[in-house]
Design a protein around this ligand. Sequence first.
Ligand SMILES: [Zn+2]
Length: 258
Amino acid sequence: MLEGAGGNIGVLTGPDGTVLIDDQFAALSAKIKTALKTINEQAVKFVINTHYHEDHTSGNENFGTDGAVIVAQENSRKRMSVDQVMELFKSTQKAAPPAALPKITFKESVTLHLNGQTLDVFHVNNAHTDGDVIINFKALNIFHAGDVFVRYGLPFIDVDHGGTIDGMISANKLLIAMLNDSSVIIPGHGDLAKKKDVEDFVKMMQIIRDRVYKGMASGKTLEQINATDPTKEFKEGMERKVFVKLVYDSLKEKVSKT
Ligand SMILES: [Zn+2]
């Protein structure tokens, strides 16, 4: 795993070439290449994007131009192809140039076989975005979860672009079902993790989700729910009120159905 200014990069090297999981910001590509050279001289053959966000994909153009084949879930490619307005951050992620776009896309899953390893790449629905994947390095019992699992506290859920709290919870539950006590999980951001860390992350999201849902079902407004401080015992990552709004917005449809 390589750490830097953006999302964690997973690296698999060997005689068949290097595979990167995510590639951070374009300005860091040279540094990443130098770091990779200390591990292995092989060129980067594949880049797998865990989702479309620029702190995970902006190196695509540099690696793509060098000949790497970029792989992503089809919704991520769609999002990278056009400008994405990030209202929450008052910013816009610009459409990526052709060289930066994934050349291979898939709906549900794809498997890579190289360097004596099998990498299962599978889509989890409407979690952090609408195009998230988790990568399972099968023989190594290592997983890269992208931003479906992060360690900075209350997580960002990109509700404007298909993310939902319930999708975050179910994706992490799916991941947990594949883990044992020796599994290593590379989070989208933060230190390497163990099964217990993912379990704690799910528990936190479930508790907050249930509090917000209960408030909504009893007719409370977002302001009234925030007044009960539903995230109180948990570490702030996203600002508390912003996180509660993301949970609230992603549950609206469910509450109106009941
Ligand atoms: Zn992200």
